[in-house]
Design a protein around this ligand. Sequence first.
Ligand SMILES: Nc1nc2c(ncn2[C@@H]2O[C@H](COP(=O)(O)OP(=O)(O)OP(=O)(O)O)[C@@H](O)[C@H]2O)c(=O)[nH]1
Ligand SMILES: [Mg+2]
Length: 479
Amino acid sequence: MSSTWNKIVHRAVAAKDTARDFANVNTLKLGVTGLSGAGKTAFLVSVISNLLAMAQKKGAVDSLPRFRQALTDESGQIRLLDVKIESAGSSRIPRFAYEKFRGKLAQQEEPSWPAGTDKPAQIVLRLTLKPRTKLGKLKGALVGPRVVRLEFFDYPGEWLLDLPLLEQSYQQWSTETLLNMKEAPRDALSEQFRAFLGTLSPSAPADDKTAEHGFELYRDMLRRCRRDAELRWLQPGHFLMPGQWGDVPLHHFFPWAGAPNPFPGTLAAQLRDRFEAYKREIRETFFEPYFTAFNRQVVLVDVLGALFAGRTAFEDTRRALGRIGSSYSKLLSGGWLFGRKTQHVAFVATKSDYVDELQRPHLQAMLESMVASAPGAEGNALGRRFHFVSSIRCTTDANEPGKDGVTTRVVMGTGIGEQHQRPFYPGIVPAGDVPPVFWTKPFFVMPQLRPPVLQPGEAHPIDHINLDALLVDLFGDAL
Ligand SMILES: Nc1nc2c(ncn2[C@@H]2O[C@H](COP(=O)(O)OP(=O)(O)OP(=O)(O)O)[C@@H](O)[C@H]2O)c(=O)[nH]1
Ligand SMILES: [Mg+2]
């Protein structure tokens, strides 16, 4: 897509939004982002199900009490009149398959979690509200009730890793990536790729086959880093999740610092040009049209998953988050990233139901220290907030009596494929920075848990932790 075409699309969308505003309809674009497996899809399913349930007053429990409180007026009446999923119209972005995902989670015999996301998807919730102010009431009398459209956007988590890459030149990216490859366990996992680099001459001519072969070796290394070592700082993101493009020549490059100032017609110039073309493509097809159009963003992080994957994997996730956090700081301050729309970003530790109530705030503290760990991320903290949640709560807290009379705090849950509930004791989660002593003991193995029994249908509450507080913080002010 050319940038002129992008501008035309942007203006058309903006004009549509202005016309809607006039008719008492406001649109809020919400980006649900996070590394792969962070819990984005589960989060969206739970948010939608709980909001629909709240509006339709389904379920004996009030599943979003703090959200309800935020929407209650002085006379004690709730201002939310209705929530509906809006028709997808003629959108060219696939509709988020909410009903399918929820249906599978609610299967009685064998409930199943959504599969990993491989392409972007969108869903729009239409909230009808009683006006908040006198002026709003007047406007309501003239042009109809107040409507807030919440546009949620879900996409493959791998793509978030391309955000910091946009800031780098091919030389900078290559130098940094190759330096990282010298550290364990990347050093062993990248042996074949590095041996290939050793065969290249700085003056080698441009050649499609060599570029493709190097790309394959590099991509296979990224896959092994993820599969065998659970590493997360794996760029470019589209190499692991190519999306609609599949395997195309645009991807056929790899990091190489062997010829810093290449002449035209050489392999090094070909790789550099493809890297720049890749940056242009992701900027124009993903970051500009979607990412930067968001008014609010939620960045979900599986802090516990990173912690229990061991020190190297944890440090790697921290590096990825720190770099992403620093890119977000620039985004929030209207820096290099195409102007400013995002008003705030909420960083959220997910799956907090794996630990008991006393430890959940530790996850938030750890996330804060992870995000602030990169150079540049600690400054400009404006607009960054932190939370812990569980979108779909699979456990209950309990006290487990020990043989010596000492009680241990546990969570009770059922592993996937198991029939009975049992206690899980993940140990103590450090609050904030992880001290070196933490890595000296064996880790808790985090099993995938069976989702709770859900009522079938699209508008029933789903048990969660803190989702209501997050929703208030994320868009309560805009309702
Ligand atoms: N116990 C528990 N597990 C959760 C929760 N949320 C997500 N999970 C687990 O985390 C896994 C990944 O969640 P997804 O929502 O698919 O993650 P994602 O961020 O969409 O991942 P990609 O689509 O691959 O980027 C799920 O299959 C569940 O096993 C939660 O609140 N509690
Ligand atoms: Mg997903």
